[in-house]
Write a protein that binds this ligand. Structure first.
Ligand SMILES: [Zn+2]
Length: 430
């Protein structure tokens, strides 16, 4: 038997029926954890003076939206303008020469970093209308099998709506269904006219139902009009009496352009339709509202709290990592968590502030574990070198990651250290 702690853990990530102290002002409870053979056997309350500094710990987060296939491609295919048009152009050039072997290498690196940073599951979209689509899909399937149990991977085949109605699209959709994947597309402006989208969208819904695949749509990732894609989707679902497979709206940024009463009504309708939303603030704040020579005044992102208030399931993801769509990121959930209070006013000391990274993200991906610590749950923790949320926001913390009761090797820092080595240049005297 192993015992860990005392640790300060968000009360919302501890068994709600366990006999534990209530949350303090930071939403945290102090506990010790016992675990045997990778499973938790007991949670013990600990009473200590409030002044005692203890490590903050979470259960390993889940990232519901990344793009493993293009991660780390930004250095070779830069987007110097930083615009959406520039991103699309560089993405298409990169896609034209993309091979399975490259994706195996890049996505393998991404999974390694995600794992060491403490992520336990990812959902990745995969560009799927290119000469190498099948070999890229197979490369990612290989990685999915290789990483199962460390970073569980869900794959969404991402193609234009019209592609799913072609013979090649039907074949790919059947392959995706066989592999347990999801179907994905881009709905609404700026990528396609909406009148045509409605026909393609209905066909995709029917196809997903027939094959039993979940759907995950890039939708309303723009600042041009208030959510035409989401509104079209909700109307369609209401007209056809719902959909038998789970639907996720990724981005849903321009919902934020609706006036407050209209937003509340559409949030209610989204909730009634059972559609989940993934908020992606990094890429939205990087791309939206960008006009050459101006500082943006409006950069819409999914209105997380209004959606949560209506009962919509909302998770938060990192989206693009070091690719033409966003030059930053490192598959690091702590960075997103640290910045979420600033980017999106998601306060992690509140239950709804933290849930999009943990329990709601787990439920959105339909994972076997909701990320709540209880007897029998995995002995998985992300322990931070920070003693409070303020401490976490103040500076990037060191971390230790426990998976199935064993500590992982720390994230590599060699690259950064190597940059700083050799600053002192020996100079011959005399
Ligand atoms: Zn995306």
């Amino acid at each position: 038997m192993n015992r860990l702690g005392p640790l300060r853990i968000p009360r919302s990530l501890l068994d709600p029926v366990a006999c534990l102290p209530p949350a303090d002002r930071e939403g945290l409870a102090t506990v010790q954890i016992e675990h045997v053979e990778g499973r938790i056997t007991a949670l013990h309350p600990v009473e200590l003076p409030a002044s005692r500094q203890l490590p903050l710990a979470l259960t390993p987060p889940v990232d519901p939206h990344v793009h493993l296939d293009k991660a780390f491609s930004g250095a070779s295919f830069p987007n110097a303008s930083g615009t959406m048009a520039g991103a699309l152009e560089a993405n298409l050039r990169e896609l034209g020469q993309r091979r399975g072997e490259q994706v195996l290498q890049r996505a393998g690196l991404a999974l390694e970093r995600a794992w060491r940073h403490g992520l336990r599951a990812l959902r990745s979209h995969v560009d799927s209308q290119a000469p190498a689509t099948l070999e890229v899909w197979e490369a990612l399937q290989q990685l999915r099998a290789r990483w199962a149990g460390r970073v569980d991977l869900q794959l969404v085949a991402l193609a234009p709506l019209g592609y799913w109605r072609t013979a090649d699209g039907h074949l790919l959709a059947r392959r995706v269904a066989c592999d347990g994947g999801l179907l994905g597309s881009v709905v609404g402006i700026p990528f396609s006219p909406l009148a045509w989208d409605a026909v393609g969208l209905e066909a995709l819904l029917t196809q997903a139902e027939t094959l039993g695949c979940g759907l995950d749509l890039h939708i309303d990732e723009h600042d041009a009009a208030p959510a035409p894609g989401v509104r079209a989707l909700v109307r369609l679902l209401e007209r056809r009496g719902g959909c038998r497979v789970p639907i996720t709206c990724s981005h849903a940024s321009s919902l934020a352009l609706l006036a407050a009463p209209a937003l509340a009504r559409w949030a209610d309708r989204l909730a009634a339709a059972g559609v989940a939303v993934v908020a992606l603030p990094f890429t939205n704040l990087w791309l939206l509202g960008k006009r050459e020579g101006t500082t943006p005044l409006v950069r819409p992102q999914a209105p997380i709290q209004q959606l949560q208030a209506a009962g919509v399931r909302v998770a938060m993801g990192s989206d693009n990592v070091q690719d033409p769509w966003y030059p930053g990121g490192d598959f690091d959930p702590v960075e997103l968590l640290r910045l979420a209070p600033l980017l999106s006013h998601q306060l992690p000391w509140r239950r709804r502030g933290l849930a999009p990274f943990t329990s709601e993200a787990s439920r959105l991906l339909d994972l076997p574990w909701d990320g709540v610590l209880r007897e029998g749950a995995p002995a998985d923790l992300l322990v931070l070198g920070a003693s409070s949320w303020g401490d976490l926001m103040a500076r990037p913390p060191q971390r230790r990651v426990l998976r199935a009761g064993r500590w992982l090797p720390p994230p590599e820092q060699e690259a950064a250290s190597a940059l700083l080595a050799g600053l002192e240049v020996p100079v011959a005297s005399g």
